[in-house]
Ligand binder design. Structure first.
Ligand code: ADP
Length: 277
């Protein structure tokens, strides 16, 4: 269980990045976090990761206050090109953090190969990161996080730098891993559709200095599909609600200044395909 209470952070230059965040995440939940650019999402993740010490409030993970990088934590950043070591092979990049787990070299390599297998990259184990496409490099970053077998995985805009098709594949990979490993995942994204598609719930943050504006449950089955899930009325309704909240509305069905929910274009494709048949 992750508990965040009255969390605030003011940077040394006096900039107040986050103010009074309260959030509780039960084990095994996948929480999407959305909010406007610059609102403080990365600052929040860095506080949870123990990378910066908040100036107010606290983060408690499994009953222990977070004062440094907690055991059992892995982070995937947006910028895969800077998070992989170019002089190490893909396999050695994935195996490296396992030293912290006290595993032998053979165990580290075995775990790295299993994680690469799970992201479909076993064949690239002996290559170097710069020999891979951007999407493949981000898969390596995800494999590295998985090999570590974290109880908490933080993802900061992890699919921001890849093309649309790869992005969908990586979203499905995260869902598959989440179902298989039952780890707790916090995924920061600026993409409202993505937040609903992958999340068990969506936490909406307000503008800087940020706080929690709303906590929206996602009423979708855990098995999701890029075409069929996005065509469901529950998906379209939740996406409209989150969209209104991000734009400063209150997200309720009775909001009068918001337009009707726009169906996903892929939903139209599905309907057309059905009527053709
Ligand atoms: P987001 O991830 O939502 O884009 P960030 O958490 O990166 O937002 O930043 C929140 C605010 O804090 C921004 O206004 C940013 O300029 C500011 N900020 C981030 N890092 C620092 C820093 N080291 N010193 C001062 N201000 C910072």
């Amino acid at each position: 269980m992750l508990e965040i209470a009255a969390l605030s952070h003011t940077y040394p230059d006096g900039h107040v990045a986050i103010r009074g965040i309260d959030l509780t995440v039960p084990d095994g939940q996948l929480v999407s976090i959305v909010g406007p650019s610059g609102c403080g999402k990365s600052t929040l993740l860095r506080c949870i990761a123990g990378l910066i010490r908040p100036t107010g409030g606290k983060v408690v993970l499994n009953g222990q206050p977070v004062t440094g990088v907690p055991e059992g934590l892995a982070v995937v950043f947006q910028d895969y090109s800077r998070s992989l070591f170019p002089w190490l092979t893909v396999r050695d990049n994935v195996a490296l953090p396992l030293r912290r787990r006290g595993k032998s070299k053979a165990e580290r390599r075995e775990a790295a190969m299993a994680a690469l297998e799970s992201v479909g990259l076993a064949g690239a184990a002996r290559k170097y990161p710069w020999q891979l496409s951007g999407g493949m490099q981000q898969r390596v970053s995800i494999a590295r996080a998985l090999a570590y077998q974290p109880s908490l995985l933080l993802m900061d805009e992890p699919f921001g730098s890849v093309d649309a098709q790869t992005r969908e594949d990586l979203e499905d990979l995260v869902l598959q891993v989440h179902r298989a490993e039952k780890m707790t995942i916090l995924l920061v994204t600026h993409d409202i559709d993505e937040s609903v598609y992958v999340g068990d719930r969506v936490v909406v943050l307000g503008p800087s200095p940020t706080g929690v504006v709303a906590d929206v449950p996602v009423p979708l089955p855990s098995e999701r599909d890029q075409i069929e899930t996005r065509a469901l009325p529950e998906f379209i309704g939740t996406r409209a609600k989150v969209g209104r909240l991000v734009r400063g509305g209150h997200g309720g069905a009775d909001v009068t200044n918001a337009g009707p929910a726009t169906p996903d274009p892929r939903a139209a494709d599905v309907r057309a395909a059905c009527s053709d048949g």
